[in-house]
Write a protein that binds this ligand. Structure first.
Ligand code: ADP
Ligand code: MG
Ligand code: ZN
Length: 612
């Protein structure tokens, strides 16, 4: 992608050239017009002129004599040992001394200097005011130079740009955007049937899923100018300044139409105008201006607005209505195939072994965003270098999945043997409870090597295909699995540790959601007691119920978790032999795979073990 900074460099260059020309002119005038020229003559001429009393003034210096005749002409001659010089000069009636002869013609000097500088200032002033006028555009409320300018970067298509093929997965999003690009290229095809170009498309999704990347791909594919600006750039200190920037952006865009305007992180200016105590005049004005501008052009002017956000629920409804952002393009976390494709796209940038199994890595990285996958590939390449290899292999990628999800392995031994044993039982407790509930391998891998994220052990879950619905039983099993770690500690050591804090947090979240959002309790039936605030950013919720109901919810959450905790304890009690066996192996090896786990689980006594 090639970025055009219109006129910036040429403007500075021409200013420099102008200054140089003026300096040269100045020197020229000074030397040739203002400064009187000397006529170099021989000493004999000087003597002769003295004798003929033609000399008006003389200036005797250590190495030369400068003198003038009565007509004002200047002469210069060398020094000759001449003892009677002063006497003769005196007699000739000339004035002589050190600083008598002025080398310059004062009046002419001041006149020329004045003219040159006046001309110079005039041209510079012209030059600057022209630039400023352009900057301020039609915004008379602009207070200070350049503040109302949009600063949007303009891109033009180039061969090095990002194309749709660089964005893996996200097929639906790509299709919708491709249509817009095609409309810009061949409007006739669409206008024939009476279709108008969508005015705007809003890309929404969690961070790192490729929203900005998609917009850049549109820029790379479309043969039209592409203005890119971040929403935060409209946020200004002075009221009216952001609005002026919006005006300027759209003015530029209309001049360049057909073109695409991309506003990244639009939530910075598009927040709901609610009547909260702290009103924000500046932001509201900016938003109002944006709304007006988006209404301002007719369907087929050819200006398309793309915007991206990960907080769509915070946007003002007026912004989202058809006619402004006609299209809402969800850019979700990639599914398994999407992850494989993204890994492949990024793997092209590194030297990678031919027999890498991308599917296995994509499975291990379940839930990872495109940005994380890109990071995984890069971490793998870094690891390969660290290990002195010239090529990235499977194990590099596998290890970096864990690095990206859980941090680096901690180098020095930080756990005592007792702690290590507790962690081993804890992790196996999770896995065993999970395995006994589903009768399948629950994990890909368990390790008890501490990670820099603070995790003492780490269990890599198996992804059981794509899941769009969760049953109540599945949710309950999940809570049981989460309590399995603590249950194992209780059962074996008769003591509990702080190691379960994260499990507790997650189990509570699931249980609370079951009751307050999914309607999975008898008491509340299908009534929502909570609403989700930030769907794409952590998904925190706020309660929407009376205080009494809150108390009731809390009690029910406790009941659900307690029941599942009890279930986990029962499962582990029944399988305590396996728990010991697998934990011992994990303690010794520090890492076991899902297959190893299952083979111990299914070994001889298995038939004696009651299932669930
Ligand atoms: P956001 O959705 O937060 O704007 P970005 O578009 O900035 O995310 O993505 C960050 C990086 O992640 C990209 O530069 C790219 O390297 C990688 N990435 C994300 N999604 C994809 C994808 N679908 N295909 C390829 N790379 C992706
Ligand atoms: Mg982004
Ligand atoms: Zn745990």
């Amino acid at each position: 992608m090639e970025e055009m900074k219109p006129n910036k460099k040429p403007a500075i260059m021409s200013l420099v050239i102008m200054i140089v020309i003026f300096a040269l002119l100045n020197i020229f005038f000074y030397n040739n017009v203002v400064k009187r020229q000397y006529l170099e003559v021989g000493y004999n001429v000087f003597m002769q002129m003295i004798d003929e009393k033609e000399i008006a003034e003389a200036n005797i210096q250590s190495n030369q004599i400068i003198f003038s005749d009565k007509n004002g002409n200047l002469y210069k001659t060398g020094i000759v040992a001449d003892a009677e010089l002063y006497e003769r000069l005196y007699e000739s009636g000339a004035t002589f001394g050190a600083e008598i002869i002025e080398q310059t013609n004062p009046i002419l000097y001041y006149l020329v200097t004045f003219l040159i500088y006046a001309l110079f200032l005039f041209i510079v002033w012209k030059f600057i005011s022209k630039k400023m006028l352009r900057k301020m555009g039609d915004s008379p409320d602009t207070m200070s130079f350049g503040m109302g300018k949009s600063n949007a970067r303009v891109y033009v298509k180039s061969d090095t740009g990002i194309k749709f093929k660089d964005v893996a997965g996200e097929e639906e999003a790509k299709d919708l955007l491709k249509e817009i690009v095609e409309y810009l290229h061949q409007p006739e095809k669409y206008t024939e049937i009476g279709a108008t170009l969508p005015k705007g498309a809003l890309l929404v999704g969690p961070p790192g899923t490729g929203k900005t990347l998609l917009a850049r791909a549109v820029a790379g594919e479309a043969n039209v100018p592409f203005f890119s600006i971040s929403g935060s750039e409209f946020v200004q200190m002075f009221v009216g300044m952001g609005a002026a920037k919006v005006r300027d952006l759209f003015k530029q865009a209309k001049e360049k139409a057909p073109c695409i305007v991309f506003i990244d992180e639009i939530d910075a200016i598009g927040k709901k105008r609610d009547n909260q105590l702290s009103t924000n005049d500046e932001r509201e004005q900016t938003l109002n201006q944006l709304l007006t501008e988006m209404d301002g052009f007719e369907g087929n002017t050819g200006v398309v607005i793309l915007a991206a956000t990960n907080r769509p629920e915070s946007l003002d409804p007026a912004l989202l209505r058809p006619g402004r952002f006609d299209r809402r393009i969800p850019v979700e976390l990639p599914d398994l195939q999407g992850r494989i494709d993204i890994l492949k796209v990024h793997a092209k940038k590194v030297r990678i072994s031919d027999n890498v199994d991308f599917a296995a890595i994509a499975k291990a990285a379940s839930g990872a965003s495109g940005a994380q996958l890109a990071n995984i590939v890069n971490e793998a390449a870094l690891r390969a270098v660290r290990e002195g290899r010239k090529i990235v292999v499977q194990s590099d990628l596998m290890e970096s999945v864990e690095v990206v999800i859980a941090g680096y392995q901690k180098k020095n031994k930080i756990l005592s043997n007792k702690e290590k044993l507790v962690v081993a039982y804890h992790e196996v407790g999770h896995a065993l409870v999970a395995a006994m509930q589903t009768q399948s391998a629950p994990v890909q891998k368990i390790t008890i090597i501490p990670r820099t994220s603070g995790a003492l052990g780490y269990t890599m879950q198996v992804e059981d295909g794509e899941h769009y619905l969760m049953t109540k039983t599945e949710l309950e099993n999940r809570i049981a699995t989460l309590t399995g770690g603590r249950a194992a500690e209780e059962l074996i050591f008769n003591e509990i540790t702080t190691g379960a804090s994260n499990d507790i947090e997650q189990a509570t979240k699931v249980a609370r959601a079951m009751i307050s959002r999914y309607g999975m309790s008898k008491e509340f039936d299908m009534v929502a007691m909570e609403t989700v605030n930030n769907q794409y950013l952590g998904g925190d919720t706020s309660l929407a119920c009376s205080v009494e109901t809150q108390t009731q919810i809390d009690k029910m959450v406790v009941a659900v978790v307690t029941e599942q905790h009890k279930k986990a304890q029962d499962i582990l009690k029944k399988n305590i032999q396996k728990l010991h066996e697998i934990s011992k192996k994990l303690y010794e090896d520090e890492t076991i795979t899902g297959e190893e786990f299952m083979s111990i689980l299914n070994s001889k006594e298995n038939t004696l073990m009651p299932n669930n």
